[in-house]
Design a protein around this ligand. Structure first.
Ligand code: TXE
Length: 505
């Protein structure tokens, strides 16, 4: 029956202590292509006992293996080798990512190139002595004071489904550079590209036990990983509700936590902004990957005089976006990741109508019969929204743009900060000083000025507020996987005679 599937990753698909294995209860799970509802693969479904075994394997590799004690050159070589293998297998993995997530092949290829760039960036950082410590001048010639940055230990990495390969790689690459060992748990909705990546990591020569992989549900496997003693760090990207549960469980074990919990990201457009690039960026910012992007610019905040014109142009352009199977080169955006997720997005669209926002385009399933079998949902715009509406405040994680208007700069900033999240924001204006002023006032982890959605491996990524804490990418992304130790060496030890008798009787 497996042979009937269009894609079958090599099974078994769990990787524990350097060995590929099935689930301890022989459980499996189907992976579904959201473009047509077809099952594309069967993967092994781990149990809580498998999760505990994975943590034990990572613990053993951390305590006794060579990786935490490896030389910088060895770490850099492994990271570079992984990047090379990603280049080699780019097309195959891109196809897998598209089948599993629904995103277009063009997007999947970009993801894989970005992932390779992140591995290369951390290869470079792994060879930089500044990554491992610094000397401290304590002002005494006989004191040699050094702070070293050591691997934090065993890391659990839990990733979501929207950028499966990319988000888990933002965790794996710095953790390897730091000398950590780890257990990966991709989303049960999109496990395939992570299986492929772990095979490449094995091929690149990672010692047994350094990278372990378990697959399965958050409720069983994810929860077991977080609630297992012997974990030093849980790095999680996903929903707010899940993130708070993970943090609460981790607190019981005094486990360090890093959380990236999404956002409701404002895109502020002043009337003087360059028109064509503004229209283009607002459109791409919200509808790329059908809005399933944590930093999507879902909340347009536009200066009153140009609002009607901008909404009209956005609606016209949105209606022309070609929605379709990600494998079809004509498709500009794919389906939502799953049928269940489409239902959630539909509930938000219905809520927008009920809350009194004006539906300008989209808002119901496409009636093209070629899209009938997939989890498709069209670009949707709600105008005349109010800051108190739930569609303005909650992360819909779908192709839904809300529009609010402002008349003063203060009001724009107030609206831009009027969110429990704080992941990313954009401001568009021809006035450079105003751009800087507004960017400084916005409480978000990334602010784009006359651009949107871009990032760089060397620049930190993460949120303010309920978007979470901890940083990925950049030197701070490495620091997340390290802990400091202070060495204080006295080169000329002498009695200090603090006490009056000098310690004699
Ligand atoms: O994510 P979950 P879901 C947002 C988005 C979306 C919402 C819910 O708004 O609609 O979250 O999506 C694992 N212990 N984002 O339900 O549940 C789970 O198996 C340990 C934002 O799909 O957060 C998966 O691997 N792990 C986001 C991962 O957590 C648990 C990207 C994410 O799943 C667990 C995706 C538990 N108790 C959705 N429960 C972003 N920040 O980019 C689940 N998991």
């Amino acid at each position: 029956m497996d042979n009937a599937l269009p894609f079958q990753p090599p099974r078994p698909s769990l990787f524990l202590g350097g060995r590929w294995t099935g689930s301890s209860d022989d459980g499996t799970r189907e992976s579904v292509n959201p473009a047509d509802g077809q099952v594309i693969a069967l993967v092994d479904e781990a149990t809580a006992a498998d999760a505990a075994q994975a943590v034990a394997a990572a613990r053993a590799a951390f305590e006794h293996g060579r990786w935490p004690r490896s030389a910088p050159e060895e770490r850099a070589a492994l990271l570079s080798a992984i990047a090379e293998l990603l280049d080699r297998d780019r097309e195959a993995i891109a196809r897998l990512e598209t089948l599993d997530t629904g995103k277009t092949l063009k997007e999947s290829r970009i993801d894989i190139d970005d992932v390779a760039a992140v591995f290369r960036y951390y290869a470079q950082l792994a060879e930089d002595p500044a990554s491992y410590g610094r000397s401290v001048d304590v002002g005494e010639p006989d004191i040699d004071s050094r702070v070293t940055f050591e691997p934090v230990g065993v890391c659990v990495m839990i990733a979501p489904w929207n950028y499966p390969l990319l988000q888990i790689s933002w965790k794996i690459a710095p953790a390897l550079a730091a000398g950590c060992t780890m257990v990966l748990k991709p989303s049960e909705v999109t496990p395939l590209s992570t299986i492929a990546l772990v095979r490449l990591i094995e091929e690149a020569g990672a010692p047994a036990g350094v990278v372990n992989l378990v697959l399965g549900s958050g409720a069983v496997v994810g929860a077991a990983l977080v609630d297992t003693p012997g974990v030093d760090l849980v790095s999680f990207t996903g929903g707010l509700h899940t993130g708070t549960r993970i943090a609460a469980t981790a607190a019981k074990h005094v486990t360090k936590v890093a959380l990236e919990l999404g956002g409701k990201n404002p895109h502020i457009v002043f009337a003087d902004a360059d028109w064509d690039s503004a229209v283009d960026a607002v459109l791409t910012g919200v509808f790329l990957h059908s809005g399933q992007v944590c930093s999507a610019g879902t909340r347009l905040i536009v200066e009153e005089p140009v609002a009607d014109r901008l909404v009209a142009e956005l609606a016209a352009r949105a209606a022309r976006i070609t929605v379709g199977d990600g494998l079809d080169p004509a498709s500009e955006t794919g389906p939502l990741v799953s049928f269940a997720h489409r239902e959630k997005v539909e509930r938000y669209a219905a809520l927008g109508v009920a809350e009194g926002a004006r539906l300008v385009c989209g808002g119901q399933r496409p009636n093209d019969p070629r899209l009938a079998e997939g989890a498709y949902y069209p670009p949707t715009i709600f105008d005349h929204c109010d800051r108190r509406m739930r569609i303005v405040q909650e992360e819909t994680f779908g192709p839904i743009l809300t529009v609010e208007r402002f008349t003063t700069e203060d009001e724009a900033v107030r609206l831009g900060n009027d969110t429990r999240y704080g992941l990313a924001a954009g401001v568009r204006t021809a006035d450079q000083e105003r751009g800087e002023r507004v960017a400084r006032a916005l409480r978000h982890g990334t602010v784009w000025i006359n651009d949107f959605g871009r990032y760089a491996p060397a620049a930190e990524w993460g949120g303010f507020g309920d978007s979470g804490f901890g940083r990925e990418l950049g030197p701070s992304g490495l620091a997340e996987y390290q802990q400091s130790k202070h060495f204080w060496r006295n080169t000329e030890p002498k009695a200090g005679n603090w006490f009056a008798d000098g310690g004699k009787d």
